[in-house]
Write a protein that binds this ligand. Structure first.
Ligand code: C5P
Length: 306
Protein backbone atom coordinates (compact mmCIF):
# COMPACT_ATOMS: atom_id res chain seq x y z
CA UNK A 1 0.00 0.00 0.00
CA UNK A 2 1.30 3.47 -0.85
CA UNK A 3 1.15 5.96 1.99
CA UNK A 4 0.42 9.45 0.73
CA UNK A 5 2.32 11.99 2.82
CA UNK A 6 1.68 15.14 0.83
CA UNK A 7 0.00 16.28 -2.34
CA UNK A 8 1.02 19.33 -4.39
CA UNK A 9 -1.23 21.18 -6.83
CA UNK A 10 -0.31 23.89 -9.32
CA UNK A 11 -2.76 26.64 -10.17
CA UNK A 12 -2.72 29.58 -12.61
CA UNK A 13 -3.44 33.29 -12.29
CA UNK A 14 -6.38 34.69 -14.25
CA UNK A 15 -6.97 37.66 -16.49
CA UNK A 16 -10.36 39.10 -17.43
CA UNK A 17 -10.47 39.75 -21.17
CA UNK A 18 -13.85 41.38 -20.61
CA UNK A 19 -15.18 42.46 -17.22
CA UNK A 20 -18.66 43.94 -17.47
CA UNK A 21 -20.07 44.93 -14.08
CA UNK A 22 -23.75 45.48 -13.30
CA UNK A 23 -25.32 47.43 -10.44
CA UNK A 24 -24.67 46.38 -6.83
CA UNK A 25 -26.95 43.57 -5.59
CA UNK A 26 -28.66 43.33 -2.22
CA UNK A 27 -25.93 40.93 -0.99
CA UNK A 28 -23.16 43.48 -1.76
CA UNK A 29 -21.88 41.64 -4.84
CA UNK A 30 -22.25 42.82 -8.43
CA UNK A 31 -23.63 40.76 -11.28
CA UNK A 32 -20.92 40.25 -13.86
CA UNK A 33 -20.38 39.10 -17.35
CA UNK A 34 -16.72 38.30 -17.67
CA UNK A 35 -14.39 36.37 -19.93
CA UNK A 36 -11.80 34.67 -17.76
CA UNK A 37 -8.46 33.58 -19.21
CA UNK A 38 -5.93 31.49 -17.26
CA UNK A 39 -2.25 32.36 -17.80
CA UNK A 40 1.08 30.67 -17.07
CA UNK A 41 1.89 32.33 -13.77
CA UNK A 42 1.46 29.63 -11.15
CA UNK A 43 1.25 29.18 -7.39
CA UNK A 44 1.97 25.76 -5.88
CA UNK A 45 0.06 24.49 -2.87
CA UNK A 46 1.05 21.41 -0.87
CA UNK A 47 -1.23 19.72 1.67
CA UNK A 48 -0.09 17.19 4.29
CA UNK A 49 -1.78 15.56 7.28
CA UNK A 50 -1.12 17.52 10.50
CA UNK A 51 -2.39 17.88 14.07
CA UNK A 52 -4.48 20.89 13.14
CA UNK A 53 -5.07 23.13 10.14
CA UNK A 54 -2.20 25.53 9.55
CA UNK A 55 -0.70 27.45 6.66
CA UNK A 56 2.75 28.73 5.74
CA UNK A 57 3.35 30.99 2.77
CA UNK A 58 6.60 31.71 0.93
CA UNK A 59 7.51 33.68 -2.18
CA UNK A 60 5.99 36.75 -3.86
CA UNK A 61 4.13 38.92 -1.34
CA UNK A 62 4.06 36.16 1.29
CA UNK A 63 4.00 38.68 4.14
CA UNK A 64 0.61 40.03 3.03
CA UNK A 65 -1.18 36.68 2.96
CA UNK A 66 -3.23 35.98 6.12
CA UNK A 67 -2.05 32.88 7.99
CA UNK A 68 -5.22 32.45 10.05
CA UNK A 69 -8.83 31.45 9.32
CA UNK A 70 -9.08 34.30 6.77
CA UNK A 71 -6.68 32.46 4.48
CA UNK A 72 -8.69 31.33 1.46
CA UNK A 73 -6.79 28.03 1.13
CA UNK A 74 -7.58 27.17 4.78
CA UNK A 75 -11.21 28.14 4.18
CA UNK A 76 -11.24 25.81 1.17
CA UNK A 77 -9.86 22.95 3.30
CA UNK A 78 -12.59 23.52 5.91
CA UNK A 79 -15.35 23.76 3.28
CA UNK A 80 -14.23 20.55 1.57
CA UNK A 81 -14.01 18.76 4.94
CA UNK A 82 -17.65 19.69 5.67
CA UNK A 83 -18.69 18.39 2.26
CA UNK A 84 -16.71 15.12 2.49
CA UNK A 85 -17.49 14.28 6.14
CA UNK A 86 -14.48 11.97 6.16
CA UNK A 87 -13.97 11.77 9.96
CA UNK A 88 -10.39 11.16 11.15
CA UNK A 89 -9.16 10.83 7.56
CA UNK A 90 -9.84 14.50 6.95
CA UNK A 91 -8.49 15.79 10.29
CA UNK A 92 -5.87 18.59 10.36
CA UNK A 93 -3.98 19.69 7.26
CA UNK A 94 -0.75 21.65 6.88
CA UNK A 95 -1.02 23.87 3.80
CA UNK A 96 2.20 25.21 2.28
CA UNK A 97 1.81 27.88 -0.40
CA UNK A 98 4.64 28.84 -2.75
CA UNK A 99 3.52 32.12 -4.30
CA UNK A 100 4.45 33.56 -7.65
CA UNK A 101 1.10 35.27 -8.24
CA UNK A 102 1.32 38.68 -6.52
CA UNK A 103 -1.15 39.39 -3.70
CA UNK A 104 -4.03 41.88 -4.16
CA UNK A 105 -2.93 42.43 -7.76
CA UNK A 106 -6.16 41.68 -9.65
CA UNK A 107 -4.93 38.23 -10.70
CA UNK A 108 -7.04 36.16 -8.25
CA UNK A 109 -4.02 34.71 -6.47
CA UNK A 110 -5.94 34.00 -3.25
CA UNK A 111 -8.73 32.29 -5.17
CA UNK A 112 -6.10 30.28 -7.05
CA UNK A 113 -4.63 29.00 -3.77
CA UNK A 114 -8.12 27.99 -2.59
CA UNK A 115 -8.70 26.06 -5.82
CA UNK A 116 -5.33 24.32 -5.51
CA UNK A 117 -6.11 23.38 -1.89
CA UNK A 118 -9.42 21.86 -3.04
CA UNK A 119 -7.91 19.59 -5.72
CA UNK A 120 -4.97 18.67 -3.46
CA UNK A 121 -7.19 17.72 -0.48
CA UNK A 122 -9.57 15.83 -2.77
CA UNK A 123 -6.53 13.69 -3.66
CA UNK A 124 -5.02 13.54 -0.14
CA UNK A 125 -8.31 12.34 1.34
CA UNK A 126 -9.13 10.16 -1.71
CA UNK A 127 -12.49 11.91 -1.49
CA UNK A 128 -13.32 11.36 -5.16
CA UNK A 129 -15.35 14.53 -5.64
CA UNK A 130 -16.11 15.26 -9.29
CA UNK A 131 -15.00 18.54 -10.89
CA UNK A 132 -18.66 19.65 -10.70
CA UNK A 133 -18.82 18.92 -6.94
CA UNK A 134 -15.50 20.73 -6.37
CA UNK A 135 -16.92 23.66 -8.35
CA UNK A 136 -19.88 23.84 -5.95
CA UNK A 137 -17.52 24.08 -2.95
CA UNK A 138 -15.38 26.61 -4.82
CA UNK A 139 -18.30 28.95 -5.49
CA UNK A 140 -18.95 29.32 -1.76
CA UNK A 141 -15.35 30.35 -1.03
CA UNK A 142 -14.99 33.20 -3.56
CA UNK A 143 -16.18 34.48 -6.91
CA UNK A 144 -13.03 33.46 -8.84
CA UNK A 145 -12.30 30.07 -7.24
CA UNK A 146 -14.46 28.02 -9.61
CA UNK A 147 -12.60 29.47 -12.60
CA UNK A 148 -9.21 28.68 -11.03
CA UNK A 149 -10.34 25.03 -11.00
CA UNK A 150 -11.51 25.12 -14.60
CA UNK A 151 -8.81 27.22 -16.32
CA UNK A 152 -8.67 27.83 -20.07
CA UNK A 153 -10.89 30.63 -21.35
CA UNK A 154 -14.44 30.76 -20.01
CA UNK A 155 -17.40 33.08 -19.72
CA UNK A 156 -18.36 33.81 -16.08
CA UNK A 157 -21.76 35.09 -14.99
CA UNK A 158 -23.48 35.72 -11.68
CA UNK A 159 -20.73 36.76 -9.24
CA UNK A 160 -18.32 35.14 -11.73
CA UNK A 161 -18.87 31.63 -10.43
CA UNK A 162 -21.29 30.41 -13.14
CA UNK A 163 -18.96 29.27 -15.90
CA UNK A 164 -19.23 28.23 -19.54
CA UNK A 165 -15.99 27.26 -21.30
CA UNK A 166 -15.40 29.40 -24.40
CA UNK A 167 -15.13 27.52 -27.66
CA UNK A 168 -11.97 28.86 -29.31
CA UNK A 169 -9.16 27.58 -31.53
CA UNK A 170 -5.97 26.45 -29.82
CA UNK A 171 -4.33 29.87 -30.18
CA UNK A 172 -1.67 30.71 -27.63
CA UNK A 173 -1.60 34.38 -26.68
CA UNK A 174 1.48 36.18 -25.40
CA UNK A 175 0.93 38.59 -22.52
CA UNK A 176 3.17 40.91 -20.54
CA UNK A 177 2.14 41.65 -16.96
CA UNK A 178 3.38 44.85 -15.31
CA UNK A 179 3.25 44.49 -11.53
CA UNK A 180 2.63 47.71 -9.63
CA UNK A 181 4.36 49.07 -6.58
CA UNK A 182 1.28 48.82 -4.39
CA UNK A 183 -1.99 46.96 -3.95
CA UNK A 184 -5.68 47.52 -4.51
CA UNK A 185 -8.47 46.06 -2.38
CA UNK A 186 -11.16 44.48 -4.58
CA UNK A 187 -14.14 45.66 -2.44
CA UNK A 188 -12.73 49.23 -2.49
CA UNK A 189 -12.44 49.18 -6.28
CA UNK A 190 -16.03 47.97 -6.65
CA UNK A 191 -17.15 50.70 -4.21
CA UNK A 192 -15.26 53.33 -6.23
CA UNK A 193 -17.01 52.11 -9.38
CA UNK A 194 -20.42 52.45 -7.66
CA UNK A 195 -19.51 56.04 -6.69
CA UNK A 196 -18.32 56.90 -10.22
CA UNK A 197 -21.55 55.49 -11.60
CA UNK A 198 -23.90 57.10 -9.08
CA UNK A 199 -24.95 59.69 -11.66
CA UNK A 200 -25.09 57.43 -14.69
CA UNK A 201 -27.85 54.99 -15.62
CA UNK A 202 -26.89 51.40 -14.88
CA UNK A 203 -27.24 48.82 -17.61
CA UNK A 204 -27.16 45.06 -17.14
CA UNK A 205 -23.80 43.66 -18.27
CA UNK A 206 -23.67 41.88 -21.61
CA UNK A 207 -21.18 39.56 -23.29
CA UNK A 208 -19.13 41.44 -25.91
CA UNK A 209 -19.76 39.86 -29.32
CA UNK A 210 -16.61 41.49 -30.80
CA UNK A 211 -14.45 39.90 -28.11
CA UNK A 212 -15.97 36.46 -28.65
CA UNK A 213 -15.50 36.82 -32.43
CA UNK A 214 -11.86 37.81 -31.84
CA UNK A 215 -11.34 34.70 -29.70
CA UNK A 216 -12.95 32.49 -32.34
CA UNK A 217 -10.69 33.99 -35.03
CA UNK A 218 -7.54 33.54 -32.95
CA UNK A 219 -6.39 36.97 -34.22
CA UNK A 220 -4.35 38.68 -31.48
CA UNK A 221 -4.75 42.16 -33.05
CA UNK A 222 -8.56 41.82 -32.92
CA UNK A 223 -8.40 40.51 -29.38
CA UNK A 224 -6.16 43.39 -28.30
CA UNK A 225 -8.72 45.92 -29.53
CA UNK A 226 -11.62 44.12 -27.87
CA UNK A 227 -10.21 43.92 -24.30
CA UNK A 228 -12.41 45.81 -21.82
CA UNK A 229 -12.73 46.23 -18.08
CA UNK A 230 -15.50 48.22 -16.36
CA UNK A 231 -13.38 48.29 -13.18
CA UNK A 232 -10.55 50.10 -14.93
CA UNK A 233 -11.78 53.69 -14.35
CA UNK A 234 -12.32 52.84 -10.67
CA UNK A 235 -8.86 51.29 -10.35
CA UNK A 236 -7.31 54.33 -12.07
CA UNK A 237 -9.17 56.71 -9.75
CA UNK A 238 -7.57 54.95 -6.75
CA UNK A 239 -4.17 54.38 -8.40
CA UNK A 240 -3.64 57.18 -10.98
CA UNK A 241 -0.04 56.13 -11.75
CA UNK A 242 -1.40 53.14 -13.66
CA UNK A 243 -2.44 55.49 -16.47
CA UNK A 244 1.23 56.07 -17.24
CA UNK A 245 1.94 52.33 -17.28
CA UNK A 246 -0.94 51.62 -19.69
CA UNK A 247 0.09 54.47 -22.01
CA UNK A 248 3.71 53.32 -22.01
CA UNK A 249 2.68 49.79 -23.04
CA UNK A 250 0.56 51.10 -25.92
CA UNK A 251 3.34 53.41 -27.10
CA UNK A 252 5.73 50.46 -26.97
CA UNK A 253 3.53 48.53 -29.40
CA UNK A 254 1.15 46.43 -27.30
CA UNK A 255 -1.92 45.23 -29.24
CA UNK A 256 -4.07 45.92 -26.21
CA UNK A 257 -3.61 47.30 -22.69
CA UNK A 258 -5.88 46.82 -19.72
CA UNK A 259 -5.94 46.75 -15.94
CA UNK A 260 -6.16 43.17 -14.62
CA UNK A 261 -9.46 42.66 -12.76
CA UNK A 262 -9.57 45.14 -9.88
CA UNK A 263 -5.88 45.99 -10.44
CA UNK A 264 -3.28 47.27 -9.99
CA UNK A 265 -1.47 44.87 -12.37
CA UNK A 266 -1.49 46.11 -15.99
CA UNK A 267 -1.83 43.58 -18.79
CA UNK A 268 -0.49 43.94 -22.33
CA UNK A 269 -1.11 41.68 -25.31
CA UNK A 270 1.77 41.11 -27.73
CA UNK A 271 1.66 39.73 -31.27
CA UNK A 272 4.07 36.86 -30.54
CA UNK A 273 6.75 35.65 -28.12
CA UNK A 274 9.44 37.91 -29.63
CA UNK A 275 7.30 41.06 -29.35
CA UNK A 276 6.39 40.08 -25.79
CA UNK A 277 10.07 39.88 -24.87
CA UNK A 278 10.79 43.28 -26.44
CA UNK A 279 7.79 44.81 -24.70
CA UNK A 280 8.78 43.32 -21.34
CA UNK A 281 12.34 44.64 -21.64
CA UNK A 282 11.16 48.12 -22.72
CA UNK A 283 8.54 48.35 -19.96
CA UNK A 284 11.16 47.39 -17.37
CA UNK A 285 13.47 50.09 -18.73
CA UNK A 286 10.71 52.72 -18.75
CA UNK A 287 10.42 52.57 -14.96
CA UNK A 288 6.61 52.50 -15.02
CA UNK A 289 6.17 49.39 -12.85
CA UNK A 290 7.79 47.35 -10.08
CA UNK A 291 8.54 44.33 -12.28
CA UNK A 292 7.27 42.51 -15.36
CA UNK A 293 6.45 38.93 -16.29
CA UNK A 294 5.83 37.28 -19.64
CA UNK A 295 3.06 34.70 -19.62
CA UNK A 296 1.00 32.75 -22.13
CA UNK A 297 -2.60 31.70 -22.10
CA UNK A 298 -4.85 29.89 -22.03
CA UNK A 299 -3.49 27.23 -19.63
CA UNK A 300 -5.37 24.53 -17.68
CA UNK A 301 -6.83 25.16 -14.21
CA UNK A 302 -5.64 23.64 -10.92
CA UNK A 303 -3.93 20.27 -11.36
CA UNK A 304 -2.31 17.83 -8.98
CA UNK A 305 1.39 17.38 -9.77
CA UNK A 306 2.34 13.71 -9.90
O1 C5P B 1 -15.93 36.71 -3.95
P1 C5P B 1 -14.70 37.42 -3.48
O2 C5P B 1 -14.44 37.20 -2.03
O3 C5P B 1 -13.50 37.13 -4.34
O4 C5P B 1 -15.00 38.96 -3.68
C1 C5P B 1 -14.25 39.95 -3.04
C2 C5P B 1 -15.05 41.23 -2.98
O5 C5P B 1 -15.18 41.77 -4.31
C3 C5P B 1 -16.47 41.07 -2.50
O6 C5P B 1 -16.53 41.16 -1.11
C4 C5P B 1 -17.17 42.25 -3.18
O7 C5P B 1 -16.94 43.45 -2.47
C5 C5P B 1 -16.45 42.35 -4.50
N1 C5P B 1 -17.15 41.64 -5.60
C6 C5P B 1 -18.33 42.17 -6.10
N2 C5P B 1 -18.99 41.52 -7.11
C7 C5P B 1 -18.47 40.38 -7.63
C8 C5P B 1 -17.27 39.84 -7.14
C9 C5P B 1 -16.62 40.50 -6.10
O8 C5P B 1 -18.80 43.22 -5.65
N3 C5P B 1 -19.13 39.77 -8.61
Amino acid sequence: MTIVTGVTARVPAKLNLQLAVGPPRADGYHDLVTVFHAVSLFDEVTVEPAGRDEVTVSGEGAGQVPDDGDNLALRAVAALRRKVRGGARTAGVRVTIAKRIPVAAGLAGGSADAAAALVACNELWTAGLTPHQLGEVAAVIGSDVAFALLGGTAVGRGRGERLTPALAPATQYHWVLAFADGHLSTPKVYAALDRLRAQAGLAQPDLDAALMAALRSGDAALLGRALSNDLQPAALSLFPALRKTLTAGVELGALGAIVAGSGPTCVFLAANAERALELAVSLSGAGVCRSVARVTGPVPGAVVLS
